[in-house]
Design a protein around this ligand. Structure first.
Ligand code: 0R9
Length: 637
């Protein structure tokens, strides 16, 4: 069949791909940087599926110099015969029929499609060109598609190969007409996910090669999730040597858990289903947490750590300082929740609880020394929780008008509808004073912060709550923390950190982000946190005043001015030196200001950097500073 001679079915196929091009967001979420990288995962996931089926153990991802990407696997190769339903090769079907991979592939766990499960045809539809090569039966099969999935020529044999060589190689170039924001691949984004996939699939080798910068890395973890936990605890101090590992399966559902406690206070539990990060948790996570609490309490009571008349340990107590990976493989996962990252299958809760509970019980019985260390840590957490309870009472905002607790520090806004309200956390009393005068008192609340707030990475909840600055912030937000946390009570839609653009300002910003990340993570995840961007320069010409954020913007603006224009450039002062009008004009006015939204794109990477930068261990911080010092040129800007 020639490309200019398509039948009715082929026309339908092209209409399908055209629909993807018309509404790409529906298939890959966004056409920004995230969507661009999503294309790679769609293809890589097919290779990982082949590995889960037991036929592939080597995957290579290559970023080519022209920003096309090649993905190779050493599996069986996509079937090359004619597909009985479509009358065209199965290869072409996979790349041109929406959702064909799922329909035509048989059995096994399908990781397919990361978040959206859309497959190779969507990648083809959103690419300027795509080429597929299949090594099978001593032949190399080839097909090329152009302009969003139009086959140039049907699948053909272009060469022969060694009889032992099998596999699939896909190269595609994302279409700049679709990805208008960027078509440049980010090495670290690809690296983080490639490494995560290698951790989650023990024995699978994933190599990432960047031909643009001549660098490459290979990830292969025979210990799988055990090595994942070891890496996550790398910047922390574990309190016992072994990493506890439990696996099992029931009714085709596989559960794998690895965990280790460290001497910190936060818990880092990450769960996955079919390699997809279930950020919102779900039944697998619920089952494991339930068993963790049940088994530790049973053991503690049986062995007299907890007396008959004493309270049980809560889930928060047994979670303190835990680093845990939960990986579930399910033949038919149902994803729910706001971001479709919550596992909904009800049967999984009991299965996960049984498998993990039995394994943990056995571990504690066989390792009484480690059991003692873990239980004593949870009991300390329990005592701190009791002490914190009292302090927490003090942070409860009883009503919107309840300003008694604020000691006069918070200057609230008049509007009560949270969706239009914002709060500025301002560095220093002086800038705080200008902000109070310069604000829109209807919708903008101001909380001046005196000096540095406590580093909560190094403090347990009871100590954090005894810190007045932190109590004030918690009270102002209205959400409570820990078990009481309720995001629906958030008093302000935007929480804006306003600090100077110097070293001290950055430090205060990191301390605040650490606090938010540890105690109010959903407000970060749901995009409520922003950093104000005070301008660096003011350009005056004639009656026009233009504020710009950095040198780049300054030069760009100046290049737009007529060559004869006379202008003055002033370097802006710190926040504290600006008067109310200037501060409003440059940094607070909704119409004119620039805010930077703080996102947690990669929660796990963020946790590692928070621990590294804010934790007890000095060595990782020193190493980070040494490695990154070269990037820190403009510290005083
Ligand atoms: C480089 C990226 N790799 C792939 O896209 C890829 C898809 C694929 C595959 C099979 C083997 N390797 C692959 N690599 C495969 C699957 C099945 C049978 N034979 C080969 C099967 O699922 O039963 N396929 C993915 C879907 C299909 N093949 C199929 F639907 F065409 F069968």
């Amino acid at each position: 069949m020639k490309s200019d001679n398509y039948g009715v079915e082929s026309i339908q196929v092209l209409e399908g791909l055209e629909a993807v091009r018309k509404r790409p967001g529906m298939y890959i979420g966004t056409t920004g940087e995230r969507g661009l990288h999503h294309l790679v995962w769609e293809i890589v996931d097919n290779a990982v599926d082949e590995s889960l089926a037991g036929f592939c153990d080597d995957i290579e991802i290559v970023i080519n110099t022209d920003e096309s990407v090649t993905v190779k696997d050493d599996g069986r190769g996509i079937p090359t015969g004619i597909h009985p339903k479509t009358g065209i090769s199965t290869v072409e079907t996979i790349f041109t029929v929406l959702h064909a991979g799922g329909k035509f592939g048989g059995g096994g766990y399908k990781v397919s499609g990361g978040l959206h499960g859309v497959g190779a045809s969507v990648v083809n539809a959103l690419s300027s060109w795509l080429e597929v090569r299949i090594y099978q039966n001593e032949n190399v099969y080839f097909e090329r598609f152009e302009n969003g999935g139009h086959s140039v020529k049907p699948l053909e044999i272009i060469d022969t190969c060694d009889k032992n060589r099998t596999g699939t190689v896909v190269t595609f170039k994302p279409d700049p007409e679709i990805f208008k924001e960027t078509t440049i691949f980010d090495y670290d984004t690809l690296k983080n996910r490639a490494r995560e996939l290698a951790f989650l699939n023990k024995g699978l080798r994933i190599k990432l090669i960047d031909l643009r910068h001549d660098k490459s890395e290979e990830f292969l973890y025979n210990g799988g999730v055990i090595e994942y936990v070891r890496m996550l605890n790398g910047n922390k101090k574990p309190i016992h040597d072994s990493i506890i590992y439990i696996e099992g399966s029931e009714s085709d559902i596989e559960i794998e858990v690895a965990l280790q406690y460290n001497d910190g206070y936060s818990s880092n539990i990450y769960s996955f289903t079919n390699n997809i990060n279930t950020l919102e948790g779900g039944t697998h996570e619920d089952g494991v947490k339930m068993a963790l609490s049940r088994i530790i309490n049973n053991y503690a009571k049986k062995n007299n750590f907890i007396k008959a008349n004493e309270d049980s340990l809560s889930i928060d107590d047994v979670k303190e300082g835990i680093t845990m990976i939960i990986s579930c493989k399910h033949p038919d996962p149902q994803f729910e929740g706001q971001t479709k990252t919550k596992l909904g299958n009800v049967e999984v809760k009991k299965i996960a609880s049984n498998i993990f509970g039995n394994g943990l019980e056995k571990f504690l019985l066989e390792n009484p020394n480690e059991a003692k260390i873990i239980i004593e840590k949870a009991m300390l957490a329990s005592r701190a929780r009791m002490a914190a309870k009292k302090a927490r009472e003090l942070t409860r905002r009883k009503s919107d008008l309840d300003v008694v607790n604020f000691g006069g520090k918070l200057v609230d806004c008049k509007e009560k509808d949270p969706s239009v309200c914002e709060i500025f956390l301002v560095e220093g009393d002086s800038a705080g004073g200008s902000a109070i005068k310069g604000r829109d008192s209807m919708t903008q609340a101001i909380l001046p912060l005196r000096g540095k707030i406590l580093n909560v990475e190094k403090a347990r909840i009871d100590r954090a709550l005894s810190n007045e600055e932190i109590r004030t912030i918690i009270t102002a937000f209205g959400t409570g923390i820990g078990n009481d946390f309720d995001i629906s009570k958030l008093r302000y839609n935007k929480i804006i950190i306003m600090t100077d653009a110097d070293v001290d300002g950055s430090h205060i910003r990191v301390l605040l982000l650490t606090l938010f990340y540890r105690f109010f993570r959903p407000i970060v995840e749901q995009g409520h946190v922003y950093a104000a961007q005070p301008p660096l320069y003011c350009i005056k010409h004639g009656k026009t005043i233009k504020y710009v954020l950095n040198e780049e913007e300054r030069d760009e603006y100046l290049s737009t001015l007529n060559a004869n224009t006379k202008y003055d450039i002033m370097r802006m002062k710190g926040l504290g030196e600006m008067d109310a009008e200037e501060l409003n004009e440059t940094t607070m006015d909704i119409e004119k200001r620039v805010l930077r939204k703080i996102t947690v794109d990669d929660v796990i990477a963020a946790d590692a950097s928070f621990s590294k930068l804010m934790g007890e261990e000095v060595e990782p911080r020193k190493k980070f500073i040494e490695e990154n010092a070269i990037y820190a040129q403009n510290l005083d800007i």
